[in-house]
Design a protein around this ligand. Structure first.
Ligand SMILES: NC(=O)c1ccc[n+]([C@@H]2O[C@H](COP(=O)([O-])OP(=O)(O)OC[C@H]3O[C@@H](n4cnc5c(N)ncnc54)[C@H](OP(=O)(O)O)[C@@H]3O)[C@@H](O)[C@H]2O)c1
Length: 334
C-alpha cells in the first residue's frame, strides 16, 4: 500500500503537544491502514527553539527528552522560533498548541494567521485566538483555501463542533449551555464531596495537569467565557468576541454556599450559556443531566429537528484532547 505523506508542525510541546505525540505513536498503524496516510511530524516548536527534520521526527525520542526538559539536546534542535519555522518549513497542517492569552491572543494569533497565509491548514486547541478573532481568522482561511479546525478548543475530547458539522447538518441550533471547564468542575466536585477548600482542590487539579497554566483562567470563568464565544460563532452563527461575554466565576463560592445547595438537593456548577452570552455559577438539581462530577464536561444542545441532546465527556487532558486534534486532522485529509 502506497501511503500519502502528510507533514505536520507542532507548536507548543506541553501537556497537549506531548499527549498528541503519544497518541499519534499509538495510533500510527491504524491511521496508515484506515486512511492510507503517513502523518509525519517535521517540526516541534518550543518557546526557545525547534526540532526540525523534514524526514519525520522520532517522536519517542522527542518525548523522552521533553519529559526531562532536555528537548534542546536533540541533534536536530535549532534556535529557530515558531514563526520562522512556519515561514521556512513547509508542512500540510500546523498544530497550534500554545497557552491561551485571552487579552492579546498571542502567540497563537500570529502563528495561526501566518500558517493560514502560507497556505497551511491549522488545527488548534488554543481558545484565545478564536474567542477574540473568530471571523477574521475564518476569512483568512477561506481566502487562502485552507481549513482552520478547532474541535479541541471546546470540551477537550467532547465532539461538539464536529457533532454539529457531521451529524446535525440540517438542524438549527436553538440553545447551548453547559459545563465547559473541567478544572472548575473538578474543584466544585471536590469541595462538595470531600469538604476541602478551593485552594486545596485547585492544587490537586494542577498536579494532575488539567488546570490552565494560569488557573485563574479556570476559576474566574475566563476559560468558559472563551468557549462560549467560540460556540456562539461556530454553532449559532453569532458574530461575537470574548469581550461580549458577561462572566462571573466560582472564586467567591464558599463551602457554606455548597452546603446550602446540598440542603436543597442541588449542586453548584459553573455554567456557560451561549444564548445569553453569559458565564455564571448556577444551582443544578442533583438528578439533572448537567450534574456531572470531577473534570467531566457536559453540554446540552437544543436543535429544531433533533431536539434535546446532552453530551458528557472528558473536557481536559493531553491524551483525551488528542482525540479531537486527530479527528480534525483526519477530517482535513479525508
Ligand atoms: N491541558 C488541557 O487539558 C487542554 C485541553 C484543551 C485545550 N487546551 C488548550 O491547549 C493549549 C495548550 O495547553 P497545554 O495544557 O498543553 O499547555 P502547556 O502544558 O502550558 O503547554 C504549552 C506549551 O507551549 C509552549 N510555548 C509557549 N509559548 C510558545 C511559543 N511562543 N512558541 C512555541 N511554544 C510555546 C510552552 O513552553 P514553556 O513551557 O517553555 O512556556 C509549553 O511547552 C492551551 O491554549 C490550552 O488552553 C488545554
Amino acid at each position: 500500500m502506497k501511503l500519502k505523506n502528510i507533514k505536520l508542525t507542532i507548536i507548543g510541546f506541553g501537556e497537549i503537544g506531548r499527549g498528541f505525540a503519544r497518541v499519534l505513536l499509538e495510533k500510527k498503524r491504524f491511521i496508515e491502514r484506515e486512511y492510507e496516510v503517513d502523518l509525519k511530524v517535521v517540526a516541534v516548536c518550543e518557546i526557545g527553539g525547534s526540532i526540525i527534520d523534514e524526514d519525520g521526527i522520532d517522536l519517542e525520542k522527542a518525548l523522552k527528552l521533553a519529559e526531562n526538559k532536555e528537548l534542546r539536546k536533540h541533534e536536530n534542535w535549532t534556535s529557530m522560533k515558531a514563526l520562522d519555522v512556519i515561514k521556512k518549513v513547509k508542512s500540510d497542517t500546523v498544530l497550534e498548541l500554545t497557552p491561551s492569552d485571552i487579552k492579546s491572543g498571542q502567540p497563537g494569533l500570529k502563528h495561526i494567521k501566518e500558517s493560514l497565509m502560507k497556505g497551511m491548514h491549522v488545527v488548534t486547541s488554543n481558545k484565545a485566538p478564536l474567542a477574540l478573532k473568530f471571523s477574521e481568522l475564518q476569512k483568512i482561511a477561506n481566502s487562502n483555501k485552507v481549513k482552520l479546525e478547532y474541535e479541541a478548543t471546546v470540551g477537550g475530547a467532547l465532539p461538539i463542533i464536529n457533532l454539529r458539522k457531521h451529524a446535525l447538518q440540517i438542524n438549527k441550533i436553538e440553545s447551548i449551555h453547559g459545563i465547559l471547564n473541567g478544572t472548575s468542575n473538578y474543584v466544585l466536585t471536590k469541595m462538595a464531596e470531600e469538604g476541602v477548600t478551593m485552594d486545596v482542590a485547585l492544587k490537586e487539579a494542577q498536579e494532575i495537569g488539567i488546570a490552565e497554566a494560569d488557573p485563574g483562567y479556570d476559576i474566574k470563568g475566563i476559560d468558559t467565557g472563551a468557549k462560549v464565544a467560540i460556540l456562539a460563532n461556530s454553532l449559532m452563527d453569532m458574530n461575537v468576541s470574548f469581550n461580549d461575554i458577561e462572566i462571573t466565576g466560582i472564586k467567591d463560592i464558599t463551602p457554606e454556599a455548597i452546603e446550602l445547595a446540598k440542603k436543597h438537593n442541588c449542586v453548584i456548577k459553573l455554567i456557560g450559556d451561549v444564548n445569553r452570552l453569559e458565564v455564571s455559577p448556577r444551582l443544578i438539581p442533583i438528578n439533572h443531566p448537567l450534574n456531572v462530577s470531577g473534570a467531566m464536561n457536559a453540554i446540552m444542545i437544543n436543535a429544531d429537528i433533533a431536539k434535546n441532546i446532552t453530551i458528557v465527556g472528558h473536557g481536559a487532558g493531553g491524551i483525551e484532547t488528542a482525540s479531537s486534534l486527530l479527528s480534525d486532522i483526519l477530517d482535513i485529509i479525508s
